[in-house]
Design a protein around this ligand. Structure first.
Ligand code: PAF
Length: 283
């Protein structure tokens, strides 16, 4: 029997034609948006989509509008052939791999801005980032018209932003959160982990440990301000070069919390050299 091969389309009409054919057969469609450099975290998203939908589309698009001028868009790993092998192995039906002009043609002048949940944290450090994410994900939703779309909890503020966008704009798609896939020592899988030296990789593991300890101490009644300040210091002591933020926010809408009066998440970003590592845990 011939090995399964994920089909590739690069144009929006070809994507729409395939999805329309599936729909005529009564099949449901799952979408997994990615920027490529696929790892086990992405594979888990595809697995979830395959388990919950008849057909799975994976988009691979390094979205320029979500990178700031000081972030190296050109340095972002691109490995199409390797990614297609991964997708074939997990039997994703279709890979949508557009060029930049397919998504942002000459004269493109629209942006989707999601308010409130994008303020603070990544929204402060990466100004404009979530407008880029919301715009491209909105376009992917319009192009692939999925029943469900799958996003990792690792990028928790991104997940919350997309959920709010889909709800506020009445998009007929269910946004499905997928728990973070981790290495044995707790480090959340990320394409950025590839940039770490062996020493940085050792330090990186302490991010999740410190966040879990912080969440436990808040759950036991420690004041949120004191707990997050202690976490910041613990990250620096563990060897991180800088800490962008450690915050405890409401799980549903990322509201700033003064006391633990509803389900919450502790979220942080810390830097090792030029590499930013994100993680979050529930309280
Ligand atoms: O999480 C990502 O890889 C990207 O932000 C996404 C959701 C694919 C949008 O470009």
């Amino acid at each position: 029997m011939a090995a399964f091969r994920t089909r590739v389309v690069r144009s929006i009409p070809a994507l729409r034609d395939t999805v329309a054919r599936w729909r005529r057969n009564g099949e449901s469609v799952g979408l997994v948006p990615t920027m490529g450099a696929l790892h086990a975290g992405h594979i888990e998203l595809v697995r979830q989509s395959r388990a919950q939908c008849d057909r799975t589309v994976v988009s691979i698009f390094v979205n320029p509008t979500q990178f700031n001028p000081d972030e190296d868009l050109d340095r972002y790993p691109r490995q199409e052939e390797k990614d297609l092998k991964v997708l074939s192995d997990v039997r994703a039906d279709l890979a949508f791999i557009p060029v930049v002009e397919e998504i942002y043609p000459e004269g493109f002048a629209t942006a989707v801005h999601v308010g409130r949940v994008t303020t603070g944290m990544e929204g402060t450090v990466r100004v404009g980032h979530f407008d880029g994410v919301a715009t491209v994900v909105c376009k992917l939703f319009m192009q692939a018209t999925p029943d469900k779309a799958f996003f990792g909890e690792k990028d928790y503020q991104q997940l919350t932003t997309i959920r709010h966008m889909a709800r506020d704009l009445d998009m007929p798609v269910t946004v499905v959160p997928v728990p973070t896939v981790r290495e044995a020592d707790g480090l959340a899988l990320s394409s950025r982990n590839a940039y770490l030296s062996p020493e940085q990789r050792r330090i990186a593991a302490s991010l999740n440990r410190i966040l879990r300890e912080t969440a436990r101490s808040i759950a036991k009644g420690r004041a949120i301000d004191a707990a997050t300040a202690a976490a910041r210091q613990a990250l620096l002591d563990a060897g991180f070069d800088a800490v962008d933020y450690v915050e405890c926010r409401a799980e549903a809408d990322l509201a700033v919390l003064e006391t633990l009066d509803r389900p919450a998440r502790v979220l942080a970003t810390a830097r090792l050299g030029p590499t930013r590592l994100l993680d979050n845990v529930s309280v």
